[in-house]
Design a protein around this ligand. Structure first.
Ligand SMILES: [Zn+2]
Length: 241
């Protein structure tokens, strides 16, 4: 990843060679951004850096589910009860807001499809990543060509969970190695590694995945639910021009 606009915006390197892809992640410098109607001024400041019009953004009322919606330009600007968006249209900018959950963005450089998902622990258990890949296939995307960016989120050392949650992961992903650890009687889960392994399992190529090592709880540039930011969110956006 690299910093853009003097460090205010974080970008994935993996999309850098595609000038038609507009993508960025906000830092706290813009304040909290949740959707077009809340904290609008913060959103506008952020979009200005990326040269995106607020009227072209699409947000979700994220509910940690596995629903992914294909956006074709006639939709509402906030899609209800959804955690993933896909489009093959230009000038539609897909937005995910997070604070510890994983923002994950996709781009198929051949069929020109972009996608974005909100992947927290419930969403991952519910299959949000499988749903997104299913939708890309529905648009005839080439999974083995798709580029993926996994954004800043909570890292394993900061993500201790109770036994019940630990067991949900252990049972669902029993084939995955090194996705959790036990330390001083506590269970820690590696959400990023689980997301990565799900992508690989779905035939996304290793070399086509860029994973942020930023931990939102440790890095003060980003909002973190576990660090006390209960209502504040940062935004991850992707679209094509
Ligand atoms: Zn941390």
């Amino acid at each position: 990843m690299f910093m853009f606009n003097g460090g205010d915006v974080l970008k994935f390197k993996i999309f850098r060679e595609f000038p038609n892809v507009v993508q960025g992640i906000s830092t706290k410098k813009f304040g909290s951004i949740r959707n077009q109607n809340i904290e609008t001024e913060n959103l506008k400041k952020f979009l200005k850096v990326l040269d995106v019009n607020n009227g072209q953004t699409v947000f979700m009322n994220q509910i940690h589910g596995n629903k992914v919606v294909i956006i074709n330009g006639t939709d509402k600007q906030i899609i209800d009860r959804t955690d993933g968006l896909v489009t093959n249209k230009k000038n539609i900018f897909l937005c995910v807001t997070t604070a510890d959950c994983l923002p994950i963005v996709f781009y198929d450089p051949f069929l020109k499809i972009v996608g974005a998902v909100h992947a927290g622990y419930k969403g991952i258990l519910n299959g949000i990543l499988d749903s997104l890949i299913y939708k890309i296939r529905e648009l005839n995307g080439n999974i083995d060509k798709v580029l993926v960016g996994i954004g800043p989120g909570i890292e394993i050392d900061c993500y201790d969970v109770d036994f019940k949650r630990f067991n949900l992961f252990k049972n669902k992903f029993d084939k995955f190695k090194n996705i959790y650890k036990l330390k001083k009687g506590k269970y820690f889960i590696d959400l990023k590694k689980i997301a990565y392994k799900i992508l690989i399992q779905n035939n996304i190529k290793k070399e086509n995945i860029e994973m942020s090592t930023i931990c939102t709880k440790c890095d003060s540039r980003f909002f973190s639910n576990r660090n006390g930011d209960k209502n504040s969110r940062f935004i991850t956006i992707i679209g094509m021009i």
